[in-house]
Design a protein around this ligand. Structure first.
Ligand code: UD1
Ligand code: CA
Length: 453
């Protein structure tokens, strides 16, 4: 059976106090509605309809996909009216899943259990028992069977005691859904076309109404303001942390890690507190990440150690390398096996070949550093003349003395040595020593200046 998904996203989100449509507010760097879209795709939805009211242009600009269609709801006349906006697109012989653009943490397994629960000739509802059901629609049962949903504002005293609540998420046959939606009225306490009224219609037609339930309440919670959004963020992060641990990583504190993308981990990975991972990151076996590191779209090889306070972006760190503390590894950088960068070293568009070292206070940009090269403290590649970027090539086994300025383009030969404090503007041949600094002069008996009266 093919499946279409209608995602309700027409709410303005006034309580966010933002010019951004509510559903574009992010959880872990991805908008809430994109989380919902991802989940819908994971249950093999063939068509996704996003019902929007405000900010349609931004929405269309920010989220896209061949399977995605945008349906406008000009006036917010209720959840039933919102779903009905998609009716012209829905097929009679498909299943239709209704999701909410501001409820981002529903697990795919929960949606799968809802889909599995739907009787052939009936519908399925996702419901949850809440200690405090205030505000929610209540599930009305008769002899155990669901017979309707009553909204908080329309409920009588007895119904208000029901703690089984409507999450809003449901699954129905397309033909049934369209028929029921076309018969909705807004004769209720809020003067809205309630989607929830279709439940009684289904019951009156003798349809079976099955229920499924989320594992945890957070799966069905929405965010109306930034406090609730932050709450979803922490719940999502804890979920990510648990997944990493179940995949074999040790986290010093699962409450102090942020994953804003996908992290793949090998075995025996150790992650200290306050690390942030963004985009696609992979950490191979036996990798250690120190406290306060930020790692973005990078691969860290087996046994590598990233020491505290390091920032690594779009880089490849090879096996058994070490970086930091306080290393800044910028895009297009590769550390090959067993290489090392120490504190206050910045690398950009640079390759450090096997066993190369830059231990302290160094900037290497647009550089190729050969095998087992040693870069002395304070070395700087002068790779930019204000207009063009130029390349520095340092041959295998070279030794760059401390505080060198390497004025690119320049090539330093294999096993060459450069004297400390050199300003290197010319190529250095293999095995040579380059001394490029003013000669020291000593003036004996030097008279220091005296204070003027
Ligand atoms: C709705 C349910 C209630 C359920 C609760 C769960 C109805 C009538 N009630 O109540 O049973 O317990 O959700 O949170 O369905 N929306 C539109 N267009 C509209 C109206 C709403 O797109 O015209 C969207 C909103 O942006 C929001 C969602 O639908 O994302 C729910 O709307 P809201 O008015 O918040 O419903 P509730 O009153 O909370
Ligand atoms: Ca409402």
């Amino acid at each position: 059976m093919s499946l279409s998904v209608v995602i309700l996203a027409a709410g303005k989100g006034t309580r966010m106090r933002s010019s951004l449509p509510k559903v574009l507010h992010p959880v872990a760097h991805q908008s809430m509605v994109e989380h919902v879209i991802d989940s819908a795709r994971s249950v093999n939805a063939s068509n996704l309809y996003v019902v929007y009211g405000f900010g349609g242009d931004v929405l269309k600009e920010r989220i896209n996909g061949d399977d995605l269609s945008f349906v406008e709801q000009k006036e917010q006349l209720g959840t039933g009216h919102a779903v009905d906006m998609a009716s012209p697109h829905l097929k009679d012989d498909e299943d239709v899943l209704v999701l909410y653009g501001d409820v981002p943490l529903t697990k795919v397994s929960t949606l799968e259990s809802l889909i599995a629960a739907k009787p052939e000739n009936g519908m399925a509802l996702l419901t949850v028992k809440l200690a405090n059901p205030t505000g929610y629609g209540r599930i009305v049962r008769l002899n155990g069977d669901v017979v309707g949903i009553v909204e908080q504002k329309d409920a009588n005293a007895e119904q208000l005691l029901i703690n089984e609540c409507n999450t809003g998420i449901l699954l129905a046959n397309g033909g049934d859904l369209k028929r029921w939606l076309s018969n909705l009225s807004n004769d209720n306490a809020q003067g809205e076309y309630y989607l929830t009224d279709i439940i009684a219609m289904a019951h009156n037609e003798g349809k079976a109404i099955a229920t499924a339930h989320p594992e945890t309440e957070i799966e069905v919670e929405g965010a109306n303001n930034r406090v609730q959004l932050a709450n979803l963020e922490r719940a999502y992060q804890l979920r990510q942390a648990e997944e990493l641990m179940l995949n074999g990583a040790s986290l010093r504190d699962p409450n102090r890690i942020d994953v804003r993308g996908q992290v793949e981990v090998g075995s025996e990975v150790q992650i200290d507190v306050n690390c942030i991972f963004e985009g696609k990151v992979s950490l191979a076996d036996n990798v250690t990440i120190g406290a306060n590191c930020i790692i973005i779209n990078s691969q860290i090889g087996e046994g590598a150690e990233i020491k505290p306070n390091s920032i690594i972006e779009n880089a490849i760190i090879g096996e058994q390398c070490s970086a930091g503390p306080f290393a800044r590894i910028r895009p297009n950088t590769e550390l090959k096996a067993n290489s090392h960068v120490g504190n206050f070293v910045e690398l950009k568009n640079t390759t450090m070949d096997e066993g190369a070292k830059a231990g302290h206070l160094t900037y290497l940009g647009d550089a190729e550093v050969g095998k087992k090269v040693n870069i002395g403290a304070g070395t700087i590649t002068c790779n930019y003349d204000g207009v063009n970027k130029s390349k520095t090539i340092i041959g295998d086994g070279a030794f760059i003395g401390s505080n060198a300025s390497i004025v690119a383009p320049v090539k330093i030969g294999k096993m060459a040595t450069t004297a400390a404090g050199s300003v290197l503007t010319k190529d250095v041949e293999d095995d040579a020593l380059a001394v490029a600094r003013a000669k020291q002069r000593n003036i004996s008996g030097w008279q220091r200046p005296t204070k003027k009266s």
